[in-house]
Design a protein around this ligand. Structure first.
Ligand code: HEM
Length: 194
């Protein structure tokens, strides 16, 4: 009898734990901390290139270490995401919205990883120090090369704009789920739960 139960697929399904409905506290902490830091970085970046006053030095002194902190956070976040997964999307979500969510999340992870790496590489290629705090410097990660510097500098701007656009799209989707569909997707990241 017990053999029948152990091999019965219906019974196995019944015994399987229900999928999570919320992100874990660590995932939520990483998400909201990084959201604030990334928005800060985008505005600090734009402010930095828009001013020739003494503010430029202050903003760049914030931009570099904060960018490296984001690099560490995104590596931790990708590790947590790969091991803990995410709550499933609502079953009735149209296929194109499901594909859009998947593509935009992938783009966000890619851009969050690429931006700090490009920033660090670009300063390395230009022969500039990557100062974290006082005498604390990071080593160069690419060889010194003016042409490479120019390419990476352009890429840092283009990817920054892409990141900004993807963040806005992500925000619009979150509001659509929270205010129009009211399907629990927003609260899976906003509140605690199973
Ligand atoms: C998530 C991480 C990052 C974001 C979102 C970000 C964003 C930006 C943005 C929006 C700009 C202005 C681009 C423009 O208008 O041309 C910028 C410029 C810049 N970023 Fe980043 N950045 C990040 C990481 C880094 C890192 C890690 C470094 C260096 C270690 C760095 C170094 C620079 C430099 C040197 C500039 C140009 C400053 C100037 O020309 O005066 N960035 N960044």
């Amino acid at each position: 009898m017990s053999t029948i139960h152990a091999t019965n697929p219906q019974r196995k399904r019944d015994a399987a734990p229900a999928p999570h409905t919320h992100f874990t506290p660590l995932q939520r902490l990483l998400h909201w901390t990084m959201a604030v830091l990334i928005l800060t970085m985008l505005f600090v970046g734009v402010g930095m290139v828009a001013t020739v006053s003494h503010l430029h030095q202050t903003l760049i002194a914030i931009h570099r270490p904060l960018g490296i902190a984001l690099l560490i956070l995104v590596i931790v976040r990708i590790g947590v995401r790969l091991t803990r997964g995410s709550p499933p999307l609502p079953r009735d979500l149209p296929a194109w919205q499901r594909a859009g969510a998947y593509a935009s999340h992938l783009a966000l992870y890619g851009l969050m990883l690429a931006m700090p790496l490009i920033g660090w590489s670009m300063l390395s290629a230009g022969g500039f120090p990557v100062t974290l705090y006082g005498p604390l410097h990071l080593p160069p990660i690419v060889p010194r090369n003016v042409e490479l510097y120019a390419t990476l500098r352009t890429l840092h701007t283009v990817f920054g704009l892409l990141l900004f656009a993807t963040v806005l799209l992500h925000l619009a989707a979150a509001l659509f789920h929270g205010l129009i569909r009211r399907d629990g997707v927003l609260s899976s990241m906003a509140r605690g739960g199973r």
